[in-house]
Design a binder for this molecule. Structure first.
Ligand code: KG4
Ligand code: ZN
Length: 374
């Protein structure tokens, strides 16, 4: 492990957008469900006092994806140092912290166990309340901590409930009606792969490395989206579910006809055409979701995209347009709060704590934990 190289330090107190209100609460949050060991301290005025992310991506890159066993070992080696640095960066000790929170699932269970046991140990040793955060809820509530427009401009306060959420990460692809903390209604979901997985697989086919989303996004910006004909699965059907496996198969079939190595122009056009099909699918399904009777009755003001795929520039821009066409606002977390991070877990921990949702009996971390089971 090369800690110094992999550690991303984010001291983002200046980004706080909230108004001072009532008694200040400080929450320490820990995230370890995939390939980032991260911790952060946030306060109830939406300030991020410290945020440390130890990214394992360089360790998994040569395997073309996350190796769960390696990830678990790397989390063990990194966790103490990440928590120590987070406290030091904020200039706080554990005595200053009011609540401890950690991801308790869903995710790679080896990693989840390590973060969860660390948080449990800290909470028991200090007598602080403990919150078991659902990783997906971390993504879902991140735009209530900080929100940005498609162009990246910081929106002053966090998004208000209820909102319509496109949750798109490496492992999940769902449309949810978010009514409140712990109150999620599933409107649509993928029948096979997630959008993030499609990005990662197509990048791998093109030899672009892991993770695929950022590089496909960058290549697509210089490509011709009309050159390759990708399908738009389910888009001619009613409903809000997704299917991405056909897009992946189409990519494989087209590439099998084309001898490698691929030119830069070919790769750019391929990425742009693939990305356009994903954007169209997401837009089509969300437009149906806006017409769903449950969604209409709840009258959400804001369309939100969250999760790692929410970093995608074309998706952010298309969803901002879609929201405007339907008289809705648009918001996404700022870029550094889209992919896995400790700040979103600290914030979800703080929101759950305020809602009285603290751990009062031993919790077993869960590899699967749908938001609708909160
Ligand atoms: O939320 P996340 O960090 O981890 C999970 O909880 O799964 O999401 C990671 C996913 C990966 O599939 C990655 O390729 C994708 O987010 N991603 C992107 C972009 N940046 C990251 N996908 C599309 N465009 C991007 N710019
Ligand atoms: Zn995630």
């Amino acid at each position: 492990m090369n800690t110094e190289e992999n550690i991303i330090k984010m001291d983002m107190g200046a980004l706080g957008g909230g108004n001072a209100s009532g008694e200040q609460i400080l929450c320490l949050g820990i995230e370890s469900s995939c390939d980032e060991t991260s911790a952060a301290i946030v306060d109830s005025d939406r300030n991020i006092l410290a945020h440390i992310i130890y990214s394992q991506i360089p360790e998994h890159q040569k395997y073309g994806g996350v190796v769960p066993e390696l990830a678990a070992r790397a989390h063990i080696l990194a966790i103490d140092e990440v928590v120590r640095r987070t406290l030091a960066t904020a200039g706080k000790t554990m005595n200053d912290i009011d609540v401890v929170a950690a991801t308790a699932g869903p995710g790679l269970i080896g990693g989840v166990l390590i973060g969860w046991m660390a948080a449990t140990g800290i909470a028991q040793a200090t007598g602080k309340p403990l919150v078991a955060v659902n990783h997906l809820e971390g993504h879902a509530l991140a735009p209530r901590l900080h929100a940005a427009s498609a162009a990246g401009a910081s929106l002053k306060n966090g998004v208000e409930f209820p909102y319509l959420l496109m949750l798109a990460s490496g492992g999940h692809c769902q449309i949810l009606l978010v009514r409140g903390v712990g109150r999620y209604e599933l409107i649509g979901q993928t029948l096979d792969d997630s959008a993030g997985e499609a990005f990662d697989k197509v990048a791998k086919m093109l030899g672009l490395g892991y993770p695929g989303g950022p590089v496909v996004d960058a290549r697509a910006a210089n490509g011709n989206a009309a050159r390759f004909k990708f399908p738009r699965p389910l888009c001619d059907k009613p409903g809000c579910d997704f299917s991405f496996s056909g897009i992946k198969t189409a990519a494989r079939t087209m590439l099998d006809r084309e001898p490698a190595p691929y030119s830069d122009g070919f790769i750019n056009d391929f990425c742009a055409s693939f990305q356009a099909s994903v954007v169209d699918c997401i837009t089509n399904r969300l437009a149906n979701a806006m017409d769903d009777a449950r969604v209409r009755a709840a009258m959400p003001k804001t369309l939100v995209v969250a999760g790692g795929v929410a970093k995608n520039s074309a998706i952010r821009a298309a969803l901002e347009r879609l929201a405007a066409e339907h008289g809705m606002l648009f918001a996404a977390p700022p870029m550094n709060l889209c992919t896995d991070n400790g700040a979103m877990i600290a914030w979800a921990g703080l929101e759950n704590y305020r809602a009285g949702r603290v751990v009062d009996a031993p919790v077993a971390p869960r590899p699967r934990w749908p938001l609708t089971e909160l």
